[in-house]
Design a binder for this molecule. Structure first.
Ligand code: FAD
Length: 317
């Protein structure tokens, strides 16, 4: 079922979550172990993140430096198909601009189409580590909206090779990312919302937000989007804090803020076990309020572990 259809049909907020493909070398059962405890809450869909290559430099015994291109978490397409057919659940792989040209993107989309995967979250992807600005591959897309337009073309049967005949259209439904606290690179919120509207106008049927720890940020963002004419469902993305160190790393990595009250509670924690519990309680409180506000879905970033998400969802759904 299309994500937007599932939202429209439901008379209460849906439960959805995101998983990461396992680190290269691990087996697929680590993913099943994260999914299994959440199944009883009937997720409407599961998202699978996409991770591009990373550049690593290694000093060799002779003093020279070896440059290596590695992908730590390959397997998004394979994991998506495995989960879809094992659990009979709707799956939403993420698809990114970074690291691909248009031809590679088209071929990847054809794989997904043949696998019966029709929901996608379309994003630009992170910069390469150490890269100051996002650089598209030669012949690749600079912004998520450009990738989205390629997918919409394919949905109309327009492939890159204009000599192809009897083209079969794909039927992808696309969601995109939104930022209640603004994307790090956007000069201001209205510029960011203007670009978000371009994605909705180009065919995005829903938005999943970056994590936030103060629901007011989400409610204000939804209001600004509506005022700008963005009318598609806006799904709040939620992540419980799990370590004390995340007070520093989350704001730096994701350009988000941590409310003072949450910061104080985490700072009082003796260890990460206690911080994890604070994270569960805070996220449960956020979830209950969002549930009451009848948001389209509550979407949880599991980061590969689900025991904390299970506790939250059990208290909310
Ligand atoms: P875009 O929509 O392209 O926007 C990027 C920036 O460019 C913004 O500042 C925007 O305002 C600006 N912009 C957009 N269009 C234009 C234009 N036409 N002209 C000028 N400026 C413009 N990363 C991964 O690598 N893998 C994942 O699986 C992944 N999943 C994510 C899931 C969610 C829910 C979210 C919120 C983020 C995710 N990310 C993921 C991170 C994401 O790739 C980064 O935040 C990235 O920097 C931006 O992606 P985007 O799709 O929002 O980009």
């Amino acid at each position: 079922m299309r994500v937007s259809e599932a939202i429209a049909k439901s008379n209460k907020p849906l439960f959805t979550f995101e998983i990461l493909p396992p680190v290269k070398g691990s087996d697929i059962h680590s993913i099943y172990r994260a999914i299994d405890p959440l199944l009883e809450f009937e997720p409407a869909f599961i998202e699978v993140t996409y991770h591009r290559e990373e550049i690593k430099y290694k000093e060799l015994p002779n003093g020279s430096i070896e440059k290596k291109t590695l992908r730590k978490r390959p397997g998004t397409v394979g994991i998506s198909a495995a989960i879809k057919y094992k659990y009979k659940v709707e799956i939403v792989p993420h698809i990114i601009c970074g690291g691909f040209n248009r031809e590679e993107t088209e071929n990847g989309l054809i794989d997904l189409h043949f696998l019966g995967i029709h929901n996608l979250l379309v994003i630009r992807g992170d910069n390469l580590p150490g890269e100051k600005f996002f650089t598209p591959d030669k012949g690749g897309h600079r912004y998520a909206v450009d990738l989205l337009r390629q997918i919409m073309d394919l949905n109309r049967g327009i492939y890159l090779d204009d000599e192809l005949e009897n083209n079969s259209p794909t039927d992808f439904t696309v969601g995109v990312a939104g930022y209640p606290e603004k994307h790090a690179e956007a000069p201001n919120m209205s510029a960011d919302i203007k670009h978000l509207k371009e994605k909705a106008d180009a065919g995005a049927e829903y938005i999943v937000t970056q994590m936030f720890f103060d629901n007011k940020k989400y409610f204000d963002f939804v209001r600004l989007c509506r005022e700008a004419g963005i009318l598609v469902p806006i799904i709040p993305g939620l992540k419980p804090i799990v370590t004390i160190g995340q007070l520093q790393t989350l704001p730096r990595t994701f350009n988000i803020s941590i409310p003072e009250e949450l910061e104080k509670e985490v700072e009082k924690c003796k260890d990460n076990k206690a911080a994890r519990q604070v994270g569960i309680e805070w996220c449960t409180m956020q979830s209950k309020e969002l549930m009451q506000a009848r948001v389209p879905a509550l979407h949880y970033f599991t980061m590969g572990r689900s025991d904390n998400i299970r506790e939250i969802v059990k208290a909310v759904f």
